[in-house]
Write a protein that binds this ligand. Sequence first.
Ligand SMILES: *Cc1c(COP(=O)(O)O)cnc(C)c1O
Length: 433
Amino acid sequence: MTESAVDRRLSREHARELDDRNPLAPFHDRFYRRPGVIYLDGNSLGLLSRDAEASVRAALDSWRERGIDGWLHADPPWFTLGEQLGARLAPLVGAEPASVVVTGTTTVNLHNLVAGFYEPTDGRRGIIATALDFPSDLYALQSQIALRGGDPDRDLRIVTSRDGRTVAEDDLIAAMTDDVALALLPSVLYRSGQLLDLARLTAAAHERGIVIGFDCAHSAGVIPHRFDAWGVDFAFWCTYKYLNAGPGAVGALYVNPRHAGRRPGLAGWWGYQKERQFDMRSDWEGAAGAGAWQISTLPILAAAPLLGSLDLMHEAGIDRLRAVSLDLTDYLIDQIERAGLAAPPYSYRIGTPRPHDQRGGHVAVEHEAGPRIARALKTRGIIPDFRPPDVVRLAPVPLYTSYEDLWRTVQALRAIIDAGEHTRGDAGRDVVA
Ligand SMILES: *Cc1c(COP(=O)(O)O)cnc(C)c1O
C-alpha cells in the first residue's frame, strides 16, 4: 500500500493537528499530569489542578492564621462557603445562585432530598428508577421506601433496559402511572454513558403529577444543564468527578425555587437561616433557597479545592467544555472503528450512544476480556476503569486529555490483542476497579 492510500485521519500527525486547534489545550498544563501517563478516569476521580491545590493551601493558611475566626474572616468566610460555592456552581447547571448549595455527599444528599420530596399516599406510593442506575441510588431508595412503611419490592419501580446498555425514555414515561409519586433518574448512565433528555422526562413527569429529581454525578461539569428552565424539582451530584475537587470532596444539590419553604427530610442546624443560626433556638427555621437542605458543618478542607477548580471551569466555559468533550469522544469512537478494532480479531464494541444529545462524557468500550484489557492498559500507563460485566470506560476529560492521548490509547487497544494480553493473567477485576 502506498503512503497516500493510508487513511490520514489515523495518523499521529492528524491527532497533533487537532491538538493544535484545540481551544482548551492551554488548560492541560494547569493539571498535574504524570509524565508518560494518560489518565482516562476523570469520570471517576478528576485530577488535581494547580488552581485547586492553591485554594486548599489558602484554606490551610486561614486555619493556621485565624483558628475559629476563619468562620467569618477567612477569604472567603467558611460560614457561608457552601452557599458561595453553590452560587459559583449554579451557572453550570442553569440555576439561579440560591438554588444550589455545596453540602454533604451524593448519597446523603439523595437521602435528604428523597425524604423531603417523597410524599407517599395510599394511591401513590411508587418511585421510578432504572435497572442501570448506580447501585447506591437503588439501595438508598429501597431504604427510603422502607422508612416510610412501604414495601421496596412493590413500590420501587425499576425500569429495565432493552439492550443492557441504555434505557428507553419511552419506557420511563410508560412507567409514570398514576400510582407513582416520584421519579429519580440519572442524567447520564454511569456505565454506558447514555445521556437522558431531562427536559422531556421532567415535562412528562409533571404532566402526570409526579415529582422528578436527577442524579447528575456523571454530567455536572461536562454537560450544561438548564434545571430552572426545565422545571426540574431537584438534583444532586458529586464534585470529585468532572469537577475535579478531589477524593471524597463535598457534594452539591439543587432545589427548584418554587419549592422554597419545603422542609428537608433530614434537617440540621447548618440549614437554618444563616443570620440567626447562632441564636440556638429549638424550633427550626430553614434558610431561603437550597441552603435549607444543608445538615452539618461544611467540611472546609474537602470543599476548598472546588474554589480553584470552579474558577478554572468558568474560564474554560461549560459550553466549550461540552463541545470539546463531544469532539474527543467522537474522535475516540471514530478511531476505534476506522482502525478496524470493532471487527475480529479485536472485537471491541462501543456501548455509548452515537447521537450527541444521547451521549455523556465517556466512551464505554465493551470486550469479553474487559478486566484483563483494563489491566493491560494500566500496565502501559493508560488509566481507564472497568465496570462489570464487560465495560472498559474511557473518559477523555476536555480540560486535560489530548487527541494524541486518545491516538495512543487506540494503538494500545490494538497492541493488547495483537500480543494476546487479553488471554493471559487474572481474569477478575480489582477491588476498586
Ligand atoms: C459516583 C456516583 C455516586 C457516588 O456516590 P457517593 O455518595 O459520593 O459515594 C452516586 N451516584 C452516581 C450516579 C455516581 O456516578
